[in-house]
Design a protein around this ligand. Structure first.
Ligand code: TXA
Ligand code: MG
Length: 343
């Protein structure tokens, strides 16, 4: 039986029904930590107004204290509590894309703990498109600060089982719900600069936002000599399985022989080698067309599955870097120990 029960190490497993949500909200109100589902990945939530609670998020995850969190809201009144000022562009984006996978950086209001934004004057806000998440935020009556509910550096969790793998015994509760549909994290856009800047790519692309707002949108790039702020999180290694991951990029016809040679070489050395593309059914067809939605949904669970199977080496092939594919490639590059470009 796994309902409203301890999962063995002191973490309560709650149902995603009204009773479970009330229990989860009461834990949040008392300053505890609850992992909850969203449409992107599971979040690890605490009351965004309670510094002691927010501090626990960083220690449960082992997260560097300079990497700020996203605040989750259930309505526009809460947006106005979280942000000091809300520009017109933010209301327009909220109306068009919320609830949904878009986090907007705005000037931070005083009521939100400084720990949420890691000392920055800005704060990231989003309204998740998930009934359980929205019901939890409403029942708690407070905006909820929540990073992805994984140990820092690990692939983000797309099911409650992944949350338990990483955080069992370190958090008060997890809400058991169905796997997250999108599977990778939200787009992060900064609206505090002259031109909006995409700090982290996601399912909602810069092009989509630019055409909707009718203005140019920039992409932050590490190392680029421009006065563009980077998301503090981008400097850390991310989304990584325990196994070494080699990402092979280049034309498909050239990749395949290289991959076959790599597999042969490392298997001969006695390593357990897994092909990421092979365990993601439906991620590509026989003509080599890739389906980024399928990749996004299964990427993190496949990386975790490879770890469970005890793989030493994972080989992944690039996919077309367009739309959601661009966001998936961003995560794959960060998860990779090595990127092998074949020409
Ligand atoms: O889909 C998502 O965004 C998920 C779900 C749970 O909502 N959350 C998530 O949170 O991915 P996390 O903490 O794993 O990623 C938050 C990202 C980090 O890259 C962080 O640096 C950036 O947002 N961020 C947060 N606040 C920021 C700020 N004030 N300025 C710049 N970047 C910020
Ligand atoms: Mg994360």
């Amino acid at each position: 039986m796994i309902s409203d029960t301890h999962c063995g190490k002191g973490t309560l497993l709650l149902k995603d029904d009204p009773d479970g949500i009330i229990k989860a909200a009461s834990i949040i109100s008392k300053g505890g930590l609850v992992a909850f589902p969203t449409e992107t990945v599971y979040g690890l939530g605490a009351a965004a107004t309670n510094s002691r609670a927010v501090k626990k998020i960083y220690s449960a995850k082992g997260r560097p204290s300079d990497n700020p969190l996203i605040v989750h809201v259930a309505d526009l009144c809460q947006l106005e509590q979280v942000a000091e000022t809300v520009p017109k562009a933010a209301y327009r984006l909220a109306e068009r894309f919320w609830p949904g996978p878009l986090s907007i950086i705005l000037p931070k209001a005083g009521s939100i703990s400084g720990l949420v934004s890691a000392g920055l004057a800005t704060v990231a806000v989003r309204m998740p498109n998930h009934q359980v998440a929205l019901a939890l935020i409403k029942a708690a009556g407070v905006p909820i600060a929540a990073p992805s509910a994984n140990r820092s550096g690990r692939p983000s969790p797309t099911s409650y089982r992944h949350v338990l793998e990483d955080l069992s015994g370190r958090i008060d509760a997890v809400i058991k719900s169905t796997p997250c549909q999108i599977g990778i994290e939200s787009t992060v856009i900064d609206l505090t600069t002259n031109m909006p800047v995409i700090l982290r790519p996601g399912g909602i692309t810069g092009e989509e936002i630019a055409s909707f707002l009718g203005c140019r949108v920039d992409y932050a790039q590490p190392g680029r000599n421009a006065p563009v702020p980077l998301s503090p999180g981008v400097k850390y290694r991310h989304y990584s399985p325990r196994a070494t991951l080699i990402l092979v990029s280049g034309p498909q016809s050239r990749r395949r022989p290289v991959i076959a040679a790599l597999v042969k070489k490392y298997r001969k050395q006695g390593l357990k080698v897994g092909l990421l593309n092979a365990i993601m059914p439906g991620a590509a067809d026989s003509d080599g067309n890739t389906f980024p939605e399928v990749w996004a949904t299964h990427l993190y669970s496949s990386l975790r599955e490879m770890d469970r199977r005890g793989m030493n080496l994972i080989i992944a092939e690039e996919l077309e870097s367009q739309g959601l594919g661009h966001a998936v490639m961003n995560r794959l590059k960060k998860a990779a120990s090595r990127i092998l470009r074949v020409t």
